[in-house]
Ligand binder design. Sequence first.
Ligand code: BG6
Length: 488
Amino acid sequence: MKSTTEQDTGLPLDMVIFGGMGDLAMRKLLPALYSAFLHGNLPASTRIISTGRQEFNREAYLAHVSEHSRTFIPKDNFDDKTWDGFLHLLEYVRLDVQQAPDFGALAAASRPGAQRVYYLSTAPSLFTTICEKLAAAGLVDEHSRVVLEKPLGHDLASAIEINEAVGKHFAESQIYRIDHYLGKETVQNLMVLRFGNSILEPLWRAPNISSVQITVAEEVGVGSRAGFYDGTGAMRDMVQNHLLQLLCIVAMEPPTSLSPDAVRDEKLKVLRSLRRPTLADIARDTVRGQYVQGVSGNQEVPGYHEEKNVPEDSKTETFVALRTFIDTWRWSKVPFYLRTGKRMARRSSKIVIEFANPPFPLFPDMPGGVANRLVMELQPEEAIKLQIMAKQPGSGMQMQQVALNLDLQSAFQQRRAEAYERLLVDVVRGRLTHFMRRDELEAAWEWADPIIAGWQTLNEKPHPYAAGSWGPAEAFTLLARDGFHWVE
Ligand code: BG6
């Protein structure tokens, strides 16, 4: 099948959302599409067709969207008249993805000759049947695109199965495997910082860099998602995808262009160079945690075991910290520390690059620890800071760490689109660079699967940590034994 990565096919656009009544559609997809519409980033011909199993007529669906989705649009990005215009784009088709005849209703709702973009925001176990039935109903052609929401499988075998099945009906260039972290402004900025400047690149390697930390800390608990989360855990939910993608962008070699394959080739090399840990490495270099009752946001909150739908004896990890290495010339012996968890002290995602200290301690009062760090904060606020040593004013040579603060908020007054909005606009325009290719996804599972299997062999309970803390003590020891500490 021919590639359809041109910017604009010139065809009317039908965006079809499977799982159109779901949480993701209400919280993220529809608000992102509304915002793209508000800012003129959707073609005028766009129609959005939501599908779901509920019996709804169009009016009832629009009322549902107004009640459940509108609240997720920030007030300063909301306009009544535009909202009404946006609702005009929406259609609802009742459809059970297991029932082939129901796809006839979708075919009837979709305009002949339209470019169809399918967003599969359902359980991944349904991806195969959806793609098969779309193709059987004649709803897939060379202009169609399909967006696959994570989790893409549960392990390597299931990911391969899904990729094979989807690949029977869509060419790789028509498949958009979404990882919304790749749509975050700071993550995209990291590419510019690295490859749009020449001052950092010569330093961006061993031995100039002594360690890299990537933290994605969430304040929220598992909420109402235990049904999904308990069979998944933090490794599959966050590390295998979001954290590894961040690691790839930090560690990749400069691509030869910004074409999707050039960028993804480099990310793939990183994934393939991740060290495969032995069981002893897993026992030493990984920490699993599970939150227990504590205080979060000034409120007493229950532990994971007390959350609704969590089995009493659940050993699912809600926290992971680990040390890994990338076995290449550039990163030889540089530890990469990854950490993510739910119910941590606060929402905070950051990448910290620690540079090697000066080789000779010229200043007697040089404070211990790491002199230079590049800290990229992804959320809740975006910030890029370079921490350097400076002399404190006065007669002595007292030193102190100060931050060169790249204030992007005031440098750029423009609105920052939310990750889903940016990525949905990329899909509409046929830009694949910030989506995962099949081999990347499978390489990420190839690394994660043996670690998960190792945990099963070790059969240890996750370490408890109080909700509202920075995770179990063992996660601190992991860095301390190498002479580092987590930068909060
Ligand atoms: C999702 C995970 O992919 O990312 C969730 O399934 C997690 O468990 C979410 O809460 C975090 O995304 P963000 O953008 O809020 O950091």
